[in-house]
Design a protein around this ligand. Structure first.
Ligand code: FAD
Length: 413
């Protein structure tokens, strides 16, 4: 066994971490495969770029960020004591912290997060079973540790409820927080049709909910109905079926991944699923879901009756409008931001990640987030502008029975 400790490498396109200790067994890289030994044709399991787009990763320490900041263009704007307040402890919130720290080691940063703000890779939630990942061990760094490392005041389990632009105050469930600059990174949430009552259906958009779903499924095979055969629904169906669960996947469209032509995506996927316990019901709408003892009965508008141990809704995402509307921010099915600076209609408030729309388009992917954070950090710091350029990136569909790279359509979950 080699004495050299295993290292991690980060994908510059999407932020996926290749961990030498774990390898990428699904793509044929055994646990313990060193980065140098990865074949040139290996593709990032999240976004499809090659090994050359990875570099050695060590979570940057505050000292490293300070050293980097010293070499950067000096920050022109001086910050008052309130500093920058960020709402959201997901990928966008933490990338925002790192981008700010890379420019300014001293500006006070407060991060307000409804969850614990633990750092994890959300795209892994729909491939965790096939990769043998224990949901309890998917946190890469706790929110508390990340906050300490980056010298951030973390208000975890705290919900932002209102913005008062006149007094530059954010109202939260733990009291008011003053800001000089506010960055909204609060993501989007599951869009549930009225026929899918929240108390009966799981939504997989956060690690906490996913952990509970996996605990409810347990190890014995279960009947699972998944409503919605877009990217997340199809990936979950594939993954839970590989774990032995019997899946019925429903969609109003006649094939899965219906945003792409059926012969390029849906039909090949259905063919690849023939060996798995997945039944796809297309052209179907759910009329009702009710609980009968420990199970659920799902009735479709055409009268089909299904029974399941668990029901999962993968019916898309919607950005909650409450915070934005409290500050009268421009809104276009998401927080409307100016493309180049990612400012909202209030110049002191920026936004990034799943909660924004640029030119009316949401882009709910990992890759743009780091670029968006750099743009905002430059704008807040008064440094030379780093204009954000929206790109239509290829979409990597992580259905391990048939991984696919599809072209150019916005990801709305
Ligand atoms: C199963 C799954 C698979 C995916 N696969 C891929 C993939 O393969 N490739 C890809 O590019 N993208 C993928 N995505 C999308 C990608 O994960 C998201 O685009 C990205 O994680 C969004 O990050 P975010 O920080 O904007 O939002 P979130 O991760 O949703 O974070 C939002 C944060 O805000 C907090 N919050 C919310 N409301 C409030 C409030 N009022 N006050 C305070 N805090 C609040 C939340 O607690 C959370 O911490 C996938 C998503 C899912 C669900």
């Amino acid at each position: 066994m080699s004495a050299i400790p295993y290292r991690q490498y980060i994908c510059h396109a999407c932020g996926y971490l290749y961990d030498e200790a774990l390898g990428d067994p699904e793509s044929g890289l055994m646990a313990g495969t060193r980065y140098e030994d990865i074949p040139n044709d290996w593709a990032c399991p999240l976004c499809g770029v090659t090994r050359a787009d990875f570099s050695l990763y060590e979570a940057p320490s505050l000292d490293a960020l300070r050293a980097q900041a010293a070499g950067d263009a000096p920050v022109k704007a001086r910050h008052g004591a309130a500093g920058v307040v960020i709402v959201g402890g997901g990928r966008a919130g933490w990338q925002m912290v790192e981008a700010l720290r890379a420019r300014d080691a001293h500006v006070p940063i407060t991060l307000v997060s409804a969850c614990g703000a633990d750092v994890y890779d959300k795209p892994l939630l729909s491939v965790a079973v096939a990769r043998g990942l224990d949901p309890a061990r998917m946190v890469r760094e706790t929110g508390t540790d990340a906050a300490r490392r980056l010298s951030v005041r973390l208000l975890a389990h705290t919900r932002a409820v209102r913005i008062c632009p006149d007094t530059r105050t954010l109202r939260t469930t733990r009291g008011p927080v003053r800001y000089d600059r506010l960055v909204l990174a609060h993501g989007a949430q599951a869009a549930l049709p009225p026929t899918l009552p929240a108390r009966h259906v799981w939504r997989v958009n956060h690690l906490g909910a996913y952990q509970k779903l996996r605990a409810a499924l347990g190890d014995a095979p279960k009947d699972v109905v998944i409503v919605g055969a877009g990217l997340v629904g199809s990936e979950l169906a594939n993954d839970l079926a590989l774990g032995g669960h019997r899946i019925t996947l429903l969609d109003t469209q006649t094939s899965p991944l219906a945003r792409w032509p059926s012969d390029q995506a849906g039909q090949p996927l259905l063919d690849a699923w023939k060996a798995l316990p997945i039944t796809f019901l297309g052209g179907v709408q759910v009329a009702s879901v009710e609980k009968l003892g420990l199970r659920y009965r799902i009735i479709t508008t055409s009268g089909q009756v299904l029974e399941a141990d668990q029901v999962v809704a993968a019916t898309g995402l919607v950005t909650p409008s409450r915070l934005a509307s409290s500050a009268a921010l421009a809104w276009e099915q998401g927080i409307a931001v100016e493309a180049e600076t990612l400012r909202t209609s209030d110049a002191r408030i920026h936004a990034l990640g799943d909660c924004i729309t640029v030119n009316g388009q949401a882009s709910r992917f990992i890759e743009p987030i780091a670029r968006q954070a750099r743009t905002i950090a430059a704008d807040i710091g008064g440094a030379a502008p780093v204009p954000y350029v929206p790109k239509v990136a290829p979409v990597r569909v992580k259905t391990s029975s048939l991984p696919m790279t599809l072209q150019g359509i916005a990801f709305t979950g």
